[in-house]
Design a protein around this ligand. Sequence first.
Ligand code: ACO
Length: 321
Amino acid sequence: MYARIAGTGSYLPDRVLTNRELETMVDTSDQWIRDRTGICERRVAAEGQTTCDLAEQAALRALDAAGLKPADIDLLIVGTTTPDVVFPSTACLLQHRLGLGECGAFDVNAACSGFIYALSVADQFIRTGSAKCVLVVGAETLTRMIDWNDRGTCVLFGDGAGAAVLRADPEPGILSTHIHANGGYGDLLKTDVGVSRGFLAEKGGGVRVSMRGNEVFKVAVNTLGRIVDETLAANQLDKSDLDWLIPHQANLRIIKATAKKLQMSMDQVIVTVDKHGNTSAASVPLALDHAIRSGRVQRGEKLLLEAFGGGFTWGAALIVY
Ligand code: ACO
């Protein structure tokens, strides 16, 4: 049995935050942001709008595209680093909203690799026959933990959600998934506070992302180069067998480096970072849904999905759509 993509969906909050607006907030420029990241604008969740709110819309669209009812889902996994509350998990909140019944529901926190990690878990459940129909969501309100005075991070991130319904099918779907982590790099991209460590009053009590961007950049390029090799080798495939690269949308320069390594033209690469910024766990499913709904990705084509994020975590999935 394979896990086959039956339908995808995505959702973005209405509020668009442009580079020009950021120019009025920190010492930056539209030109710098475009040149260094490829980002032109990003979306920001409205006040009171939560990760679960975004996830719900993406999930409803994915169910609709798959032609399935909530009762058909027998497992729900949500990749997120920005849950509504510590618990119940965002997956439990979402399960209740969607009326999924009493299926298993849990969150996966792997930062920007959250969707690939969740996809990998879903694939194992379907391959072993433990689940037949899995709803996998990547959803984030990352702007809630941004320091809007830190030009090194505030220009990068955005909010959104993406979802995919996977169904057990004898026809090929997910060919393989590969996940890795190296906690030794934890300090390069992190938050300093939390439940167990405590929330620091002098920092306003909030959770804030801090990043040593340049060092993250170098490790990301290297690591993504290795994971695409590993994925192709596991399937005894050549670079030329791939139809599409659907990468994590953190930085256009990182995406271009991976495409170059795969000798793929940018015409075969799905890019949404210009419009969405880095939406962490939502970035790959947002790009996937965009690619499918725009008609670029067709049934039967081979897609390579990859992501890299805080932890560090990284992963890839090779999929016949
Ligand atoms: N506007 C203008 N100047 C800026 C800005 C800004 N927004 N941000 C930084 N600069 C300055 C720096 O202060 C520095 O100035 P200096 O030379 O006077 O010291 C200069 O620009 C160069 O800074 P670098 O950090 O070396 O710039 P770089 O080319 O590396 O680009 C960036 C920075 C865009 C952050 C890049 O390093 C990057 O994309 N890193 C990877 C991000 C990533 O992939 N994260 C992983 C996933 S995120 C997650 O898991 C939650």
